[in-house]
Design a protein around this ligand. Structure first.
Ligand SMILES: Nc1nc2c(c(=O)[nH]1)N[C@H]1C(S)=C(S)[C@@H](COP(=O)(O)O)O[C@H]1N2
Ligand SMILES: [Mo]
Length: 208
């Protein structure tokens, strides 16, 4: 019994060494490919340990769900689009142009997806707190609703995030108007929230 457990002694030491070196070579090559895939685009298909969604999308930022997959392209591009800001019967609506004419703020915040990537971006847009104030709801939580329907389309923004000067209704990212895939015409971006709560393609925000 004790002899059988000592498995290594049963191998020819020469063969053993060759097998070991061969295995190391393969492992080394695999390690190179799997990690290099994260930085060398041509090797991305070999990036087994990163998320496939780590590939960079428009505006140097990965895309979790495209506008096409979310079925929002027509609504997002509709010239009749308005962002509605509600507090009970009180409602203010804004065209994209009107949002662009409100005081603009710029913040650097990451999108951190639970699927395994986190990327910093420079966001610009309107402070959520400014909009909450306009409808007299600075002390409330907000429902944030996307034009999309279904999973990830609605989030609750707690009052500490409503008040946070870093929380924006973003209209721009990395120096450009938001790409459709990143939430055009307007998306939520708030500090220290998982990516899944950074709602894209906003339809309305409503005090709760
Ligand atoms: N309406 C809507 N917003 C959404 C999502 C979604 O599927 N629908 N995905 C979320 C998730 S899981 C992440 S990680 C981020 C990714 O943002 P990005 O695609 O602009 O990088 O958007 C979030 N906002
Ligand atoms: Mo995500």
């Amino acid at each position: 019994m004790a002899k059988q457990q000592d498995g290594a002694s049963r191998f020819n030491p020469k063969l053993n060494r060759r097998t070991l070196l061969g295995a190391l070579g393969i492992t080394g090559a695999l390690a190179f490919l799997t990690t290099a895939g994260q930085t060398i685009p041509q090797l991305a298909p070999f990036n087994l340990f990163g998320s496939h969604q780590q590939r960079v999308g428009p505006q140097h930022l990965p895309v979790n769900k495209t506008a096409k997959k979310a079925n929002v392209i027509a609504k997002a591009k509709d010239p009749k689009w308005r962002l509605s800001v509600r507090n009970g019967a009180k409602e203010r609506t804004f065209t994209l142009r009107q949002l662009q004419r409100l005081p603009q703020h710029t913040v650097t915040l990451p999108i951190s997806c639970v699927e395994g990537w986190s990327v910093n971006a420079v966001w610009a847009g309107v402070r959520f707190a400014d909009l909450a104030k306009l409808v007299g709801a600075s002390d409330r939580n907000f429902k944030v609703q996307s034009l999309q329907r279904g999973a990830y389309a609605t989030t609750t923004l707690e009052n500490n995030f409503v008040r946070d000067p870093l929380t924006l209704i973003a209209l721009r990212v990395n120096g450009q108007e938001l790409d459709l895939d990143h939430g055009y015409p307007a998306r939520l971006i708030a500090p220290a929230r998982p990516g899944v709560l950074q709602t894209k393609w906003l339809e309305y925000i409503e005090a709760q």
